[in-house]
Design a protein around this ligand. Structure first.
Ligand code: ADP
Ligand code: MG
Length: 157
């Protein structure tokens, strides 16, 4: 069963902060799927998440490089997380992902994967993935919906 948690952010800093908060919940092996239109806040959220995980800047968008890999410095390593992968599927198809070593990357519980436009890849996303939807409300406000099937186990309420 999925738990659905809805957030609304009033500016980009709040969206980043939400990403940072999610970083605190991760223990390694998570696949984080982001969906929503262009400008909805997926990359902004990812920047907060990367910061929260201790990835080294710059956090350039992988839109043109397909995939960006961050190796966490030993001192920054949280739990057992060693690498963070940021994908942008905007210009990609499912078949392109196997060429990138997708299966191995998601199977490794020392990795965290963040995928923008993940809804284009439904067939290759594992069921355990955490899905986050971004909706544009107005210039400054976004609705952010987290679907997390493990949330209930980790944070009983
Ligand atoms: P996406 O990756 O979904 O295309 P980006 O994060 O690249 O979106 O862009 C979002 C844009 O909207 C940025 O320019 C950001 O500064 C702006 N923005 C304004 N308000 C917000 C908000 N509440 N959350 C996220 N981004 C916001
Ligand atoms: Mg983006």
């Amino acid at each position: 069963m999925f738990m659905r948690t809805e957030f609304s952010t009033q500016n980009f800093e709040e969206t980043k902060k939400l990403g940072k908060l999610l970083a605190l919940e991760l223990s390694g092996g998570e696949v984080i799927c982001l969906s929503g239109e262009l400008g909805a806040g997926k990359t902004t959220f990812t920047q907060g998440l990367l910061e929260g995980l201790g990835a080294e800047k710059p956090y350039t968008s992988p839109t043109f490089v397909v995939m960006k890999e961050y190796e966490l410095a030993k001192s920054k390593t949280k739990n057992q997380i060693k690498k963070v992968y940021h994908f942008d599927a905007y210009r990609l198809e499912e078949k392109d992902f196997s060429a990138l070593g997708w299966e191995e990357i998601i199977a490794n519980n020392k990795n965290i994967c963040i995928i923008e436009w993940a809804d284009k890849l439904k067939k290759i996303i594992p069921v355990r993935a955490i899905w986050i939807g971004f909706e544009w409300l107005d210039e400054e406000r976004r609705k952010i919906i987290l679907y997390d099937q493990f949330a209930k186990i980790r944070r009983p309420c």
